[in-house]
Design a protein around this ligand. Structure first.
Ligand code: DLZ
Length: 158
């Protein structure tokens, strides 16, 4: 999937997001990439003067169950992880479980869930999306922005 076509929405204003409770849940596999994703998400939230709770889980497979628990006390949950394709079908199972699980968390809880799960063929692809020096994209920042934007929208719709 290409990043071409991403929205360039008006930047969020700290005043319109004030009071939102935000949690970040981050997997731990592929440390360098995860460091970039977490930094991107935290810096986006920090710019909005939000103070997220950060929770680490072992792998991406564990993201949904912890996201579900965090959703009970949050207005937005940002889920971050990276899965790199290997030589077995394990990749597909972890990606599907994490993705389907996170969708379910959002629908069951009504809480905004930001999808910051990279599913890549190679380390290079993941590094290029991790918001690190030299990366062309910052998916951690994008997931945080999308989660907060959606939480604001849900707040106005209710
Ligand atoms: C087992 C596994 C493998 C092979 N690869 C990854 C990966 O690339 N990224 C990731 O976040 N987690 C991986 N895991 C770990 C699983 O997500 C999970 O933590 C374990 O299967 C234990 O439940």
């Amino acid at each position: 999937m290409s990043g071409t076509g991403a929205v360039s929405a008006t930047p969020l204003d700290p005043e319109e997001v004030a009071g939102l409770r935000v949690a970040v849940v981050a997997a731990s596999w592929h440390q360098q990439v995860m460091d970039g994703l977490v930094a991107g998400a935290l810096s986006t939230l920090g710019r909005l003067r939000l103070e997220p709770r950060l929770v680490r889980v072992p792998g991406s497979f564990e993201l949904p169950v912890v996201a579900a628990t965090l959703a009970a006390s949050s207005d937005a949950v940002v889920a971050l992880g990276v899965v790199i394709r290997g030589g077995t079908p394990h990749f597909d199972y972890v990606c599907r479980a994490a993705t389907d699980g996170l969708v379910r968390v959002g629908l069951d809880s009504g809480v905004a869930v930001g999808f910051g799960l990279l599913t890549c063929d190679t380390d290079e692809q993941a590094l290029d999306r991790a918001g690190l020096p030299g990366s062309s994209e910052d998916k951690g920042a994008e997931a945080a922005d999308a989660a907060v934007r959606t939480a604001v929208l849900l707040r106005t719709l209710r």
